[in-house]
Design a protein around this ligand. Structure first.
Ligand SMILES: Nc1nc2c(ncn2[C@@H]2O[C@H](COP(=O)(O)OP(=O)(O)OP(=O)(O)O)[C@@H](O)[C@H]2O)c(=O)[nH]1
Length: 150
């Protein structure tokens, strides 16, 4: 049942403000230390729902596959990230972006360079994509849709 009285008025006001917000376009960097409430804020701003814990459904790790020298650092960051207990078992999609550029690593090369075979107990997928030429954006969207909450 929708709230009535003052709460109803407040809820209507927030819906109206939210609709104004979504009429605009912006690039927003939301920063803050761990556990400050960034994910919760995004939920409240976008859906109006407060959720106690935001459990991630999928991790997407983007790598510049044409910048071969940066791949070992990317691999280290990824493996360190996956150590976090809160990310245990969460499916992982590694995207080797910029495959429109000469010398970009393919899926097998990227998987090897990032030691993805060593990742156990989670679903791992790797796609070679290009945001620029829209290559494999369709399969990326399919993967995201498959792993989104209903
Ligand atoms: N050739 C090519 N360039 C791309 C592609 N995707 C992104 N770029 C370029 O790579 C640069 C970095 O892209 P961003 O989207 O800003 O990367 P980011 O990860 O958000 O970077 P930070 O804000 O520094 O964390 C930009 O100049 C993009 O235009 C691609 O598929 N191919």
């Amino acid at each position: 049942m929708p709230p009535t009285g003052f709460l109803g008025w407040l809820s209507g006001m927030l819906d109206w403000l939210r609709s104004l917000f979504f009429k605009r376009e912006m690039e927003l960097s939301l920063v803050g230390l761990n556990k400050g409430g960034k994910s919760t804020l995004v939920n409240v701003l976008t859906t109006g729902q407060y959720t106690e814990d935001t459990i991630p459904t999928a991790i997407v790790f983007v790598v510049d596959s044409a910048d071969v020298d940066s791949v070992p650092a990317a691999a280290r960051e990824l493996h360190a990230l996956l150590e976090k207990p809160s990310l245990k078992g969460i499916p992982l999609l590694v995207l080797g972006n910029k495959n429109d550029l000469k010398g970009a690593l393919g899926v097998t090369e990227l998987s090897n360079a990032m030691n993805l075979k060593s990742l156990a107990d989670r679903e791992v997928a790797v796609y070679s994509i290009s945001c620029k030429s829209h290559n494999n954006i369709d399969v990326t969207l399919q993967w995201l849709t498959k792993h989104a909450r209903a």
